[in-house]
Each structure stands twice: as structure tokens, then as C-alpha cells.
Design a protein around this ligand. Structure first.
Ligand code: S3P
Length: 175
């Protein structure tokens, strides 16, 4: 499959942006890249360590630089992003923005059921307090919707199904 623009996945922590990016790559034959992985390579440390050593503000600065880089230098890619990346000003210039939407409860349930559950929570500093994380989810939900070209409700759907819905939307835009 050919795309005119990058496909940018946004959504809350743990919603499965990386999983869906990989499924999209499989179904389209287009390379998938992950924003947080790029930040870790750039900073040469884990996200958790960036938060601990340098603070969240420093992490957000790196996100802004990543956004500039993606806009200028990356095309024809599927890009999964960290849960706060949607705030960058040039988001919609990077590509077609897809919001993977789910209730907070379903995200947490899904994470708890996964095989590497502890690791998934441990690597996300903003999930250390679930009450605060729920507030963040509910506040961001509306902001994600505003920024998105397309919203996919992912609850109770397989990765395969979700990727198919996204591809259908992208192909419709091409006609
Ligand atoms: C964040 C989400 C994380 C990571 C960082 C901050 C956020 O990515 O970028 O911990 O602000 O929501 P995931 O969405 O992949 O967990």
C-alpha cells in the first residue's frame, strides 16, 4: 500500500499505539517507527530515567524537537507516539492523526491482563498514581479528539480489526 502522508497514532498510555503501529505495518508493508524509542535513542536513556534525572519539562522539550524532526525528515511512515506527544504544535503537519480511544478502566484492565504487566506500569512514571492518571485521561480525551483526523474506538476490538478500520479511513481519503 502507498500513503501520501505519515500515519500518526495518538492516545493515552497503554492504549496499544505500538501494537497497532506494528499491525498496520504488517497489513500495509509500510515501516513503523516509535517516537518514544527515538527519544530514548536520542537521550541514550530510558524515558523513566529522563523523567527522574532531568525532569518532565526536559522530556517535553525533546518531544518538541522530535516533532520538528518528524515533520521535516520523515515521510511514508506509521508513527506511534507517547501519550503526551499530541500537544506539539505541528502535530497535524506530521501526518494524518488517528486517535485510539478507550475508557480509562478498559486500558488499565487490558494492561493488567498482559504478560509483562509489571514492566508496562514501571516504565510509565505518569501511571504511578492511578487516580491522577484517570483525571489526566479524562482531560486529554477531549484534546485528543480535537486534534484527530479520525477517532477509532478500540474497546473490545482486535489489533487486526483496528488496523483495518484505519486503513479503510486512509484509503477513503485518497479517492
Ligand atoms: C507519556 C506517555 C508515555 C511516555 C511518557 C509520557 C504521557 O508514552 O511518552 O511516559 O505524557 O502520556 P506511552 O503513551 O507509550 O505510555
Amino acid at each position: 500500500m502507498k500513503i501520501d502522508k505519515n500515519i500518526v497514532l495518538i492516545g493515552f498510555m497503554g492504549v496499544g499505539k505500538g501494537t497497532i503501529a506494528r499491525e498496520l505495518a504488517k497489513q500495509t508493508g509500510i515501516f513503523a517507527i516509535d517516537g518514544d524509542d527515538m527519544i530514548e535513542s536520542f537521550a541514550n536513556k530510558k524515558i523513566k530515567e529522563i523523567f527522574e534525572d532531568d525532569g518532565e519539562d526536559e522530556f517535553r522539550k525533546i518531544e518538541l524537537n522530535l516533532a520538528k524532526f518528524l515533520e521535516k525528515s520523515v515521510s511514508n511512515a506509521i508513527i506511534s507516539t507517547g501519550g503526551g506527544f499530541y500537544k506539539v504544535k505541528n502535530l497535524n503537519k506530521i501526518g494524518t492523526v488517528i486517535y485510539l480511544k478507550s475508557s480509562f478502566e478498559k486500558i488499565i484492565d487490558r494492561m493488567k491482563k498482559s504478560s509483562n504487566c509489571e514492566k508496562k506500569f514501571a516504565k510509565r512514571p505518569l501511571l504511578s498514581n492511578l487516580e491522577k492518571a484517570k483525571e489526566l485521561h479524562d482531560q486529554r480525551d477531549k484534546e485528543y479528539e480535537k486534534k484527530a483526523d479520525f477517532v477509532v474506538i478500540i474497546e473490545d476490538k482486535s489489533a487486526k480489526q483496528i488496523a483495518k478500520e484505519i486503513i479503510k479511513f486512509i484509503q477513503k481519503g485518497k479517492n
